[in-house]
Design a protein around this ligand. Structure first.
Ligand code: ATP
Length: 360
């Protein structure tokens, strides 16, 4: 169990952590989410004493880490950390990266450390790379080796600082799968992440950090479905939605599509649904009459897996799904075939078309 009381940290005149008091039980998986610069990484770095807190206390399994006389290096062996940039030793093989800690710090024999390393490399799926060097591995493999290295120290707790942020999207899932497995096996973990779907599925609790502290905490359901405080609500809404403005008939379709694809990828929306959405957006834009002020927005509900697309266009009342010409009819048919529900309203000088995309 790890507990902080009134933990604070300043950089010069900037107070990053104000007064953090939390208790994390064994086997808990905590995801820490929140806007950039709110101290999420600093909090993790204070917990394993990579940064020295300015005030407060940290207690790990009964040991007060900041108390005078505490052997800090002994305490730190119990807390593993996995970094965004992997931090492997480039000049050491995968095997040596994993065994160096146990041999030097835990005084294990070479044979014992190597046997354990091979087991752990198998666990994270990179056993075949045991004799490779870090620069011969993909980003996903490097991060899995970093996790094996961390496990080799038999930590009581592992801190993950944005473990997938430096990875190509194709490699994110292999690293998340390993973390999920550790969660199932009961490892206590704190994970700073921007992967919301993952945070929601894997965590026992979510800490939303803002204003120098844990602004709101709760179960994934509480934080993602019914956040109580204003800033949490705004943050959750923002990560679930996307919008794009068009101010003239000449707009950058490719840039817009790129952003839409990135949004869909982040929310693990199936490729087929993303493609349908892009075609739907294109057809709806073809039916617009006035391009002076159009706002397109997407919102995704993780609860129902529904993707909602809204097109809001200023100008005279004009339902784009009211057939005008034969060419329009074809477009309208295509639009209707891709949606399970479509609603049109004209309000305050704005045409609003709300489409619910079909799931597959
Ligand atoms: N070593 C440092 N010296 C001075 N300021 C720092 C240092 N490390 C972090 N900061 C500042 O502290 C604040 C919190 O940084 P931190 O990296 O903990 O935020 P974060 O929530 O993890 O952000 P992100 O999600 O972007 O990684 C930021 O304003 C940052 O510029």
């Amino acid at each position: 169990m790890i507990r902080t009381e009134h933990l604070s940290k300043r950089y010069g005149s900037l107070t990053v952590l104000k007064d953090i008091s939390v208790e994390i039980a064994d086997g808990e998986v905590i995801s820490i989410i929140g806007p950039s610069g709110t101290g999420k990484s600093t909090f993790l770095r204070c917990l394993n004493l990579l940064e020295k807190p300015d005030g407060g206390s940290i207690t790990l399994n009964g040991t007060a880490l900041l108390a005078p006389g505490t052997n800090i290096s002994d305490a730190r062996k119990k807390i593993g950390m996995v970094f965004q940039g992997f931090n492997l030793y480039a000049h050491l093989s995968v095997l040596d990266n994993v065994t160096i800690g146990p041999r030097k710090l835990l005084k294990k024999s070479k044979a014992e450390a190597e046997q354990k390393a091979e087991e752990l490399l198998k666990l994270v799926g990179v056993a075949e790379k045991v004799n490779s060097f870090p620069d011969e591995l993909s980003g996903g493999q490097k991060q899995r080796v970093a996790i094996a290295r961390c496990l080799a120290m038999e930590p009581d707790l592992i801190l993950f600082d944005e473990p997938t942020s430096a990875l190509d999207p194709t490699m994110v899932s292999e690293v998340l799968a390993v973390i999920r497995r550790l969660a199932k096996e009961g490892m206590t973990m704190l994970i700073v992440t921007h992967e919301m779907e993952f945070a929601r599925n894997v965590s026992t609790r979510i800490f939303y950090m803002d204003e120098g502290g844990i602004y709101e905490e709760g179960t994934p359901q509480q934080i993602f479905e019914s956040p109580q405080k204003e800033k949490t609500r705004a943050f959750i809404h923002k990560i679930r939605s996307f919008s794009w403005e068009i101010k003239s008939p000449i707009y950058d379709l490719y840039a817009m599509n790129g952003k839409v694809e990135a949004f869909c990828e982040k929310h693990l929306i199936p490729k087929k649904v993303t493609n349908n959405l892009l075609l739907l957006m294109e057809e709806i834009l073809l039916l617009q009459k006035d391009f002076s002020d159009i706002r397109l927005s997407l919102s995704y509900s993780e609860q129902t897996s529904e993707l909602l697309f809204t097109c809001e266009a200023a100008g005279d009342a004009h339902d784009p799904l009211d057939s005008g010409t034969q060419a329009d009819d074809l477009g309208i048919k295509l639009i209707r075939s891709r949606c399970s529900d479509i609603q049109y309203h004209y309000e305050n000088g704005k045409n609003r078309l709300i489409c619910t995309l079909k799931g597959n």
